[in-house]
Ligand binder design. Sequence first.
Ligand SMILES: C[S@@+](CC[C@H](N)C(=O)[O-])C[C@H]1O[C@@H](n2cnc3c(N)ncnc32)[C@H](O)[C@@H]1O
Length: 302
Amino acid sequence: MALLASTSGFKFGSDQYEFKFTTDDFKRISSLIYKRAGICLPPKKADMVYNRISRRLRVLGLTSFSAYLDHLTSSDSAEWGPFVGSLTTHLTAFFREEYHFATLASHAEKKASQGRVKLWSCAASTGEEPYSMAITMAEQFGTLYPPVDILATDIDPGVLETARRGIYPLERIKSLSDRIVRSYFLRGGGDNKGFVRIRPELQNMITFEPLNLLAPVWTVKMGYDAVFCRNVMIYFDRQTQKQVLQHLQQYLKADGLFFAGHSENLGHVAELFESCGETVYRPRNSNAELSPEAVYGEECYA
Ligand SMILES: C[S@@+](CC[C@H](N)C(=O)[O-])C[C@H]1O[C@@H](n2cnc3c(N)ncnc32)[C@H](O)[C@@H]1O
């Protein structure tokens, strides 16, 4: 096969790497992750894919990408979890895009007069986002037992396990004020020195469950007052975004709020959502027809 260079400079098919990685291997991986998780991997991501999946080859003692892909696609393969986990980005932080939390606080305060407030973080990663929601609720209601239930879901059970444990290196909370740290975290001693643990009262506010946003059926009840779907749609193409947003919209109450990531503008689904703040949206009439659009992003392999 001719050596092709991806736009990142990666040389497909070259012998200079530990494992040979061809354009066909890349296309197969790209297509599998697109179908499984909706994630688009253009050729400029070839070196990232190579590095992350090479780790799996080493762990499994395999010597080629094709052997790995055969193993992955064999029936009932337990490799799907690590495969998806390897190719997804889990970057997150406490109070990331902080401006959202003030909006969430006042919205929840208003909604609490109608009963328990239901919040959902649907790409929760390692938990910093749902815990920031829980801290916001504790602050707003002035108690560790606010009338709030939070659902935290993610496609990757590995990150959800970290979220459920709620233990973080001190470095992860360095941007938080001393008062917030003292109120909502327990400092580790002995072997746990250098780590903090979220207070169990906040953990009890949250249910952690795996959920693939691409799944046609979700095991989630409807009627959320707010949904955080931040920094995950950027990895989807337009068609997948529309499909997921249409599905999520049905889970919001008519007066609920939808929070997107800073670079996730919902202008292309104006039939579904209207803007009411900085990347904050209100659902429109749920039965809206979506306009048809391009099927795949030009560099996605489906
Ligand atoms: C960059 S993190 C965003 C975390 C958090 N929402 C934030 O903004 O800080 C993206 C998360 O989306 C998850 N994810 C990717 N594809 C997904 C899918 N199809 N369904 C559910 N979660 C998905 C990844 O596992 C990852 O934890």
